[in-house]
Design a protein around this ligand. Structure first.
Ligand SMILES: Nc1ncnc2c1ncn2[C@@H]1O[C@H](COP(=O)(O)OP(=O)(O)O)[C@@H](O)[C@H]1O
Ligand SMILES: [Mg+2]
Length: 290
């Protein structure tokens, strides 16, 4: 099995490699810049001496990394090509595309009848200000391609909103604003593998952003059936086989704010006895047999 990752010594990739080793599976770890793709001669994709299609039976995609638009599109195109040529890719490239773009992801969740926050997206700062009022003058703005809580800001002052929206549109950004859902500084992260939640936690923070990477404390929980179904339904709606689903417990019930197609699990692993890396490998094996 191959693992494509920005950093092969990162904690999750190491966990995956060790889980494979325990099951006598040979692993190959590489990054996108090491890959060569070919057309009209073979191998279609290789890393050094390794022919991806001949030598690997599955490819696990860890964070595909930052890059220029050209780099990211090439990486996705290559994953699509490998999938068309029969390789099992987890997560499937289409689901990665759907999830990394926060606007795109939420549209799929909404279309599948799942609860999501009211959200407006525009390139126009004047329209953004109108949406700020529509959304109740207490909003969160987020980078459309962001993660780990970086770059998200809560704004309830129209002057600040005006300045920020103008700045974003000046730099040709897309303004993504969402109603603030009061949640008491904690939320739920559900880890889905296949069609079930294998582990979940509360992330307890000291501010409204509950990312573990920003210091939130993981607390293991068992989800009730409703939340369990929401998390699995969200992963299905996007097409992810492995997903980290972020759920806020709002005043009107649970709301899904995000679905990560390349989730980390270091925080979650520290509070659960489930061997998360092994669950992922076991799932990939079951898909290969199917
Ligand atoms: N609409 C919202 N209302 C309240 N808190 C939010 C809202 N959206 C996000 N948050 C908080 O900010 C965190 C980061 O937002 P999220 O959408 O998961 O983006 P990312 O994790 O990719 O940066 C969430 O885990 C949650 O704690
Ligand atoms: Mg998140």
């Amino acid at each position: 099995m191959g693992i494509v990752t920005r950093n092969e010594n990162a904690w999750c990739s190491t966990q995956l490699r060790e889980a494979m080793k325990r099951r006598n599976i040979t692993s190959v770890c590489f990054s996108f810049p090491q890959l060569v793709a070919r057309i009209k001669y073979k191998p279609e994709a290789s890393v050094g001496e390794i022919d991806l299609l001949k030598d690997l039976s599955a490819l696990l995609v860890r964070p595909i990394g930052r890059g220029s638009l050209e780099e990211i599109i090439f990486r996705m195109d290559l994953l699509h090509r490998l999938e068309r040529l029969g390789m099992l890719i987890i997560n499937p490239p289409l689901s990665i595309e759907r999830s990394v773009d926060k606007y795109h992801a939420l549209t799929f969740l909404e279309e599948h009848g799942l609860p999501v926050p009211r959200t407006a997206v525009t390139e126009n700062h004047e329209e953004a200000l109108k949406a700020f009022y529509e959304l109740g003058e207490d909003i969160v703005i987020k980078p459309v391609f962001g993660s780990r809580g970086i770059g998200s800001t809560r704004i309830s002052d129209p002057d600040v909103a005006t300045r920020v929206f103008r700045a974003i549109s000046f730099y040709h950004g897309v303004i993504y604003l969402q109603e603030f859902v009061p949640h008491g500084f904690s939320d739920i992260r559900a880890f889905v593998v296949g069609d079930r939640v294998i582990a979940a936690m509360h992330r307890v923070a000291e501010t409204w952003k509950t990312n573990v990477s920003l210091g939130a404390r993981p607390v293991s929980i068992k989800l009730d059936e409703e939340l369990d179904n929401l998390a699995v339904g969200a992963a299905k709606a996007i097409g992810c086989r492995v997903a980290g689903v972020d759920i806020l417990e709002g005043p009107k019930g649970p709301i899904i704010v995000e679905l990560n197609s390349q989730p980390g699990w270091r925080g979650l692993q520290s509070v659960t006895t489930v061997d998360i890396a092994d669950e992922i490998i076991r799932y990939v094996l079951s898909e290969l047999k199917a």
